[in-house]
Design a protein around this ligand. Structure first.
Ligand code: HXC
Length: 518
C-alpha cells in the first residue's frame, strides 16, 4: 500500500472511531434509556447528506484524575453546519456517551467556534443538550468554558435565532445557555433542567422531590415557562424545531421565508359574525378566531401550556410569517397577569428583533387584581408587555374583538403605542372599565343613599354607561381605532393592512441599549 493510501486509510479509520463517540457499549446504554445519540439526533434534524462536521479530532487536554489515559477524538460534542429545508444552520449536539457529555474546555472551544461561525454567517444556531454539566475533573477550566458560551449567546441574541433542545440532563449553571437563547424545547420524561438536583434540594430545604417534578419538561412547559415546548419524543422534538425554523428569518437583517398558499386572502368566514356571545360574561374560544384568519388554519403555538390566558405563536397570512398575540377569553376571562405579561412580552420582542409583523387580537377585561399579583410585581411585569409593544417597530395590526378595558387596552398594542392599524369589531367595548365597576364608582353615594331604589338606579346608570362606552364608536370617533370591521372580513382586512405595511420603516432614538423593566 502506498504512503498516500495508508494516510487515507488512517483518516477513514479515525473518522469511524470518532463517530462512535464513547464506543458501542455506551451507545447501547444510551439506547437502553430510550435516548438517541448526538449523531442520530443531527441526522434527523438536518437535510440528508448536508452535515459538514467541524473539529472531529479535537481532544481534551486534561491530565487530572487519570483523564490522560483516554483522549477520544471530538470529545463530548458533535459540531458543524448543514441545512434544514435547504436553509443553512449551525449545530452542536452534546454526546452523552463521552464522559456523560460533560463540558470540557475543549468542548467549549468547539461550541464557541460554531457560535462564532453562525454569527458571522448570519444563520441560526441550534444546540442539542445532553450533558452532566461542567466536567468535574477540569475544574475552573470547564466553568470558564461555560462563560465563553454564555457570552456568545448574549452577543448573538437578537442577531441570529438561537434554539436549544434539551434531550437529557441539563443542570447547574449549564441551564443558563438555553435560558439565554430564544426558544427552549424539552423532551418529556427524558430531559430535565434545574439549578440544583433533588439531593441538594433535600439537604438545603428538606423538600423531597424527584427529577421530573423538579425540572421535567411538563413542569417547565406549564409552571415555570422556562421551556417553550414539551415534546412527546425525541423525534417529535426535532420536528418541532424544524417547524419553528420555517417561520423565522436567518437573521435580523432578513425576513422570514414566504410560504405560498392556496388559501385566498379574500376568504370570508361568516361564523365569525356570530362567535361573540350576547352575554358579555360568556367566553368563546380565541383559537377559532386565529384558525379562521390565518392561512390554511395553521397556527404554530409557542408556550402552549403556560399562561393559557394569552396565546402566542406563529402563522402565515397570505404566505407571510406573522406573530400572533391574542387574549384567550376561555381561560381566566383572558385577564392579563404576571405570567401572561412575561410570556407575551418575550414573544413580542422576539418578533420585533427578527422582523416578524405582529397581529394582536384583543379581548381583555383588565389586569388581574389582588395581593398575589401585586406582591409578584404585576406592575413591573405588565410594564414589560407595554414596553415590548411600545418599542416594537415591526408592522403592528390590532383587532379589538370585545373587551378592551383600562390599562390592559393600552398595553395590548393600542394606537398610542405606535400601533399601525387598529381595527375593532362592532362588539368591541373600549373603555376605562366595565359598566358594573364604573357605575359602582361613579354612583356610590347615590346607591348608598337610596338602598330601596339602588338596583333601579344601578340598571339605569349602567345602561347609560353601556350606551356611551360599550361599543367601538367612541374610540372610532376619536381616531383611536382606524375602522370598525365586520368580523367575517377580518382575514382580508388584516392581510391588506399587513401588505400596506410591508415597507414600514420606523426608528427609535439612538441609545446604548434600552432599560426595559426587568
Ligand atoms: C465528569 C461526568 C459528569 C461530569 C457525568 N459524568 N457527569 N464526568 N463530569 N459532570 C460521567 C460519569 O462519571 C460516567 O462516567 C458517565 O459520565 C455517565 O454518567 P452516569 O452517572 O453513569 O449516567 P447517569 O446514571 O445517566 O447519570 C447522569 C447524571 C450523573 C445524572 C448527569 O452523571 C450526574 O449526576 N453527574 C454529575 C452532575 C453534576 O453535578 N455536574 C456538575 C454540575 S455543576 P463513567 O466513565 O463512569 O461511565 C455545573 C456548573 C456549571 O455544571 C456552571 C456554569 C456556570
Amino acid at each position: 500500500m502506498s504512503i498516500q493510501s495508508e494516510n487515507i486509510k488512517k483518516l477513514v479509520e479515525r473518522r469511524e472511531k470518532a463517530r462512535l463517540g464513547g464506543g458501542p457499549k455506551r451507545i447501547e446504554a444510551q439506547h437502553a434509556k430510550g435516548k438517541k445519540t448526538a449523531r442520530e439526533r443531527l441526522e434527523l434534524l438536518l437535510d440528508p447528506g448536508s452535515f459538514e462536521e467541524t473539529d472531529m479530532f479535537l481532544q481534551h487536554r486534561c491530565t487530572n484524575f487519570g483523564m490522560d489515559a483516554s483522549h477520544p477524538d471530538g470529545d463530548g460534542v458533535v459540531t458543524g453546519f448543514g441545512t434544514i429545508d435547504g436553509r443553512l444552520v449551525y449545530v452542536y449536539a452534546q454526546d452523552f456517551t463521552v464522559s456523560g457529555g460533560s463540558l470540557s474546555k475543549t468542548m467549549s472551544e468547539k461550541i464557541c467556534k460554531i457560535q462564532d461561525m453562525a454569527l458571522r454567517a448570519g444563520a441560526p444556531c441550534i444546540a442539542l443538550n445532553d450533558s452532566g454539566g461542567a466536567r468535574i475533573q477540569e475544574g475552573i477550566d470547564a466553568l470558564a468554558g461555560y462563560g465563553e458560551i454564555f457570552e456568545r449567546n448574549i452577543l448573538s441574541s437578537g442577531v441570529i435565532p438561537q434554539i436549544s433542545g434539551i434531550f437529557g440532563p441539563c443542570a447547574g449553571g449549564a441551564v443558563y445557555s438555553p435560558a439565554l437563547t430564544d426558544f427552549t424545547l424539552m423532551v418529556k420524561n427524558s430531559s430535565y433542567m434545574f439549578l440544583t438536583g433533588p439531593a441538594v434540594v433535600k439537604s438545603v430545604t428538606g423538600e423531597v422531590v424527584d427529577q421530573e417534578e423538579l425540572g421535567g419538561a411538563s413542569v417547565h412547559a406549564s409552571k415555570s415557562g422556562v421551556a417553550h415546548f414539551a415534546a412527546d419524543s425525541e423525534e417529535d422534538g426535532i420536528q418541532t424545531i424544524k417547524k419553528l425554523l420555517s417561520f423565522l428569518p436567518q437573521n435580523n437583517m432578513e425576513t422570514a421565508p414566504e410560504k405560498p398558499t392556496e388559501d385566498s386572502p379574500f376568504r370570508l368566514d361568516d361564523e365569525l359574525n356570530s362567535i361573540i356571545p350576547d352575554n358579555p360574561n360568556k367566553s368563546y374560544d380565541m383559537y377559532k378566531v386565529i384558525g379562521s384568519i390565518v392561512d390554511d388554519g395553521e397556527f404554530f403555538e409557542i408556550h402552549k401550556d403556560y399562561a393559557k390566558n394569552i396565546i402566542v405563536g406563529f402563522a402565515h397570512m397570505n404566505g407571510r410569517s406573522v406573530g400572533i398575540v391574542a387574549n384567550q377569553p376561555a381561560v381566566l376571562a383572558g385577564v392579563l397577569d404576571i405570567n401572561a405579561s412575561r410570556k407575551a412580552s418575550r414573544f413580542v420582542r422576539f418578533c420585533d428583533a427578527f422582523n416578524i409583523p405582529l397581529v394582536t387580537l384583543v379581548d381583555v377585561p383588565g389586569f388581574l387584581p389582588g395581593t398575589q399579583q401585586e406582591y409578584g410585581a404585576i406592575i413591573t411585569n405588565g410594564a414589560k408587555l407595554l414596553y415590548a409593544y411600545g418599542e416594537a417597530t415591526v408592522p403592528k395590526v390590532t383587532v379589538t374583538l370585545r373587551k378592551g378595558y383600562g390599562g390592559a387596552h393600552i398595553v395590548m398594542s393600542c394606537k398610542q403605542l405606535r400601533g399601525d392599524i387598529n381595527y375593532a369589531w362592532p362588539s368591541a367595548q373600549i373603555a376605562v372599565m366595565g359598566a358594573d365597576g364604573a357605575v359602582n364608582v361613579l354612583y356610590a353615594k347615590e346607591l348608598k343613599a337610596d338602598p330601596e331604589h339602588a338596583s333601579e338606579i344601578f340598571e339605569e346608570k349602567k345602561k347609560e354607561y353601556e350606551d356611551l362606552f360599550s361599543n367601538p364608536y367612541q374610540a372610532a370617533q376619536k381616531g383611536y381605532i382606524d375602522d370598525i370591521i365586520e368580523p367575517r372580513n377580518t382575514r382580508f382586512r388584516v392581510i391588506r393592512a399587513l401588505e400596506s405595511l410591508a415597507g414600514k420603516r420606523q426608528e427609535i432614538p439612538a441609545k446604548k441599549h434600552d432599560n426595559l423593566p426587568l
